[in-house]
Design a protein around this ligand. Structure first.
Ligand SMILES: C[S@@+](CC[C@H](N)C(=O)[O-])C[C@H]1O[C@@H](n2cnc3c(N)ncnc32)[C@H](O)[C@@H]1O
Length: 228
């Protein structure tokens, strides 16, 4: 997916992926990670997700990365936060309390930027990317996270021929292939959700489920040159 695609989605208000509440799957499964207070948690392809507010309220240092300046502006405005702005080679950093949201490209992050992240939360991020980009994303972002980093990944599965993404269907086998052996992958919860997703039904999708995985990084990070 080109950057322009996402920038247009935000400009046109086509942001059906955004949830007006914190994800219950996150609230249910995050505590089991036993992430120490103050840990830095990466939220890649963050949008204006309220999950960042929840993670910050848990006492974490949240590091979100989002391409769209509109999404970033809406995140702070809608949560009554006034960010302090700074700039770096990663993009435009917005700081408010224990949330830092970079308006920039996730592929510009490097090992140095990711070195302190003890946690990662991936909702509608991996599955927002087409297959070729997904591999690059996992290598670039997950590959550069430190050993012992752990987190949660939420995917969708549906017959891909019934609808074109995003969001894309990412099967359990595909998750294993993308992450193992560098990461331990544990499936924690699987739900059939078609009846709750009228837009998928309207598109002719006959089967839709969501899966939450716990991820644990077992290897040392490997530096990848940034895109730019
Ligand atoms: C499907 S949305 C999910 C947003 C968020 N995770 C959520 O749960 O609401 C994907 C987001 O990723 C952003 N995005 C796409 N490509 C990106 C990239 N290369 N770097 C940073 N953000 C990106 C898009 O602008 C969009 O807001």
């Amino acid at each position: 997916m080109e950057a322009e695609f996402w920038l247009q989605r935000w400009q046109q208000g086509k942001t059906g992926f955004h949830q007006d509440r914190v994800m219950p799957l996150l609230q249910r499964h995050w505590p089991a990670l036993r992430m120490p207070d103050g840990s830095r948690v990466l939220v890649p392809l963050a949008g204006k997700s309220l999950d960042m507010i929840w993670l910050a309220a848990c006492g974490h240092q949240v590091l979100g990365v989002e391409l769209s300046a509109l999404a970033v502006a809406q995140f702070f405005a809608e949560n009554d936060l006034v960010p302090r702005i700074s700039r770096s080679r990663y993009g435009v950093h917005h700081h408010a309390g224990n949330i830092e949201l970079i308006c920039g490209d996730v592929f510009d992050l490097d090992m140095q930027m990711l070195a302190d992240c003890r946690g990662v939360y991936d909702r509608a991020a991996l599955i927002a990317l087409p297959e070729d980009l997904r591999q690059r994303y996992v290598r670039h972002v997950y590959g550069q996270l430190p050993r012992d980093c752990r987190g949660l990944l939420i995917t969708l599965e549906y017959p891909q021929h019934e609808k074109s993404g995003p969001p894309f269907s990412v099967t359990a086998d595909a998750v294993d292939q993308l992450f193992q052996p560098q990461w331990r992958v544990e499936r924690q919860e699987h739900q059939d959700i078609l009846s709750r997703e009228p837009a998928f039904i309207a598109d002719g999708v006959t089967d839709l489920s969501t899966t939450l995985y716990r991820l644990d990084h077992l290897q040392d990070p490997v530096a990848v040159p940034s895109a730019g």
